[in-house]
Design a protein around this ligand. Structure first.
Ligand code: PMP
Length: 366
């Protein structure tokens, strides 16, 4: 190294960058293409909540995936699976029914691998998500939001369209267990490694159930069943009642959370349902308060499903008692939902304005 540069670095107490230099203290790595950047997200200790509960509350920062959510993992695995099975060949088309995040993950994966993408989604989803999908090159088809039992449901339409097209695959995130496999092979091992195996609980909500089932399977196996696993459920979802009472009964309630809540046991969830120890039900008022609290206390800007997960982690902390370590998923960021979650009119329309403490109203800017 040039003597003058060495002198300047020494004067600034900086290490020379010729050898072993890394700003984050780990070895530098180069990943192969965008898909190589999926996963390996940080596990963040939520400091204030940890102090308050006496437990370590850890949030997996899934918004740091290239597509901005946990669903990048499943998107990569369902496409890889279709390639391996010979269902998808160069120039082929991926078709999926998705509320948004899986579509965004698929859009990135399909672009980077050269596939076309057609997305069917319920027309209740946020405009931000639809716009982003279209900008990423997906053919987005919003359809009426009707239950799974209705043949016009977005999933059935996605399946039928894929079947009508040559060299096309319906990736079927709800019942394709390649989704769950993504979390058995990535999310679970990452959390185990990041905590050094010192973990007492894992909790998260389910859409397809891939995240919960896959992560639970890995953590239960590695810990010989010691890690407790809870499912977190929003209003309108049937899984809380199913865990508590064994009944899959619909209530007709709705929730502000997007991407979670389920009316049935999907093929991703069913085989591992027995691994889930308990369930917590989280009302929207607690979820929205946590969106604002995490922004104010930790500087973390999270979507509603993530806020619900964090509330659930605090409930798990109360149940397990102090001194425990509990991990959950921060599934995506709030930017995707800001026209709703940070709008006074929208909060009022949902009866949730009063759920946000007065000192946090300064964040309601829209
Ligand atoms: N949070 C958000 C924001 C999501 O989009 C999804 C997926 N729909 C989930 C949570 C749930 O993940 P999973 O499908 O793995 O259950």
């Amino acid at each position: 190294m040039h003597r003058a540069l060495r002198h300047i670095l020494a004067a600034q107490r900086l290490r020379p960058f010729s050898r072993n230099y890394s700003v984050v203290g780990t070895d530098a790595t180069v990943v192969r293409g965008l898909v190589g950047a999926i996963g390996n997200t940080p596990l963040i200790r939520l400091n204030k909540l940890s102090e308050q509960t006496g437990c370590d509350i850890l949030g997996k920062a899934e918004w740091m995936n290239p597509g901005g959510s946990v669903k990048d993992r499943a998107a990569l695995y369902v496409v890889k699976n279709a390639e391996e099975l010979g269902q998808l060949k160069p120039g082929g088309t991926v078709v999926e029914g998705t509320a948004g995040n899986t579509g965004i993950g698929l859009a990135h994966v399909c672009r980077s691998k050269g596939y076309n993408l057609v997305i069917y989604m319920p027309n209740t989803q946020s405009q931000e998500k639809i716009d982003l999908l279209r900008m990423l090159g997906a053919d987005v088809r919003p359809v009426p939001a009707v239950p799974f039992t209705d043949p016009a449901n977005y999933n059935h339409q996605a399946k039928a369209f894929a079947e009508s097209l040559p060299n096309a695959v319906w990736t079927n995130q709800f019942d394709n267990v390649a989704n769950r496999q993504a979390h058995i092979e990535t999310t679970g091992p990452e959390i185990w490694r990041q905590t050094g195996g010192k973990l007492d609980g894992f909790v998260c909500a389910t859409g397809t159930g891939g995240t919960l089932a896959g992560t639970a399977r890995y953590l239960k196996e590695k810990s010989d069943g010691q890690v407790k696993v809870f499912i977190a459920d929003p209003p309108g979802s049937v899984l809380y009642a199913y865990k508590k009472e064994g009944q899959l009964t619909r209530t007709g309630d709705s929730s502000i959370t997007e991407g979670i809540g389920q009316g049935r046991l999907t093929d991703n969830l069913a085989p591992d349902w027995k691994l889930i120890d308990d369930a917590v039900h989280i009302p929207d008022a607690e979820t929205i308060e946590m969106v604002y609290r995490l922004l104010d206390e930790e500087g973390i800007f999270i979507g509603a499903s993530s806020a619900l997960n964090v509330v659930a982690a605090t409930k798990m902390a109360q149940q397990l008692g102090p001194g425990k370590r509990i991990a959950t998923m921060i599934c995506d960021g709030a930017a995707r939902y800001q026209s709703r979650l940070f709008s006074k009119a929208w909060l009022e329309s949902k009866g949730l304005l009063d759920a946000i403490p007065q000192h946090l109203h300064k964040y309601i800017l829209l």
